[in-house]
Design a protein around this ligand. Structure first.
Ligand SMILES: [Zn+2]
Ligand SMILES: [Zn+2]
Length: 108
């Protein structure tokens, strides 16, 4: 756990920027390589264990997007958004191919 030297709040690692960010005052501090590495490993484990959620609702009610299915090459897919467990991370977009039903996630 890391605390902000300015206001004493808990600082959260931001792996994209490679820094710790204070959620309260916005103070940033670079991640030391060891911490960054540990955090990366933790992230990888989390992603492996995290399954793509099965949506029970009628897919016909979901909006469609022009994206290419990585499995069959169809260029239309239903999409929905899910907030990941870490509150500071952007929500994840999931796609489901309208043709073959293949489901994947977007990291954009
Ligand atoms: Zn702070
Ligand atoms: Zn497909």
């Amino acid at each position: 756990m890391k605390f902000c030297p300015k206001c004493g709040s808990i600082m959260l690692p931001n792996k994209k920027k490679g820094v710790f960010i204070c959620r309260k005052c916005g103070y940033e501090e670079p991640l030391d390589p060891e911490t960054a590495e540990r955090y990366k490993i933790k992230q990888n484990i989390k992603h492996e264990r995290e399954d793509i959620p099965v949506i029970e609702q009628d897919v016909a009610t979901l909006p469609k997007a022009k994206v290419t299915c990585p499995k069959c090459g169809n260029n239309e897919a239903y999409w929905w958004e899910l907030q990941t467990r870490a509150g500071d991370e952007p929500s994840t977009i999931f796609y489901r191919c309208t043709k073959c039903g293949y489901t994947w996630r977007s990291y954009e």
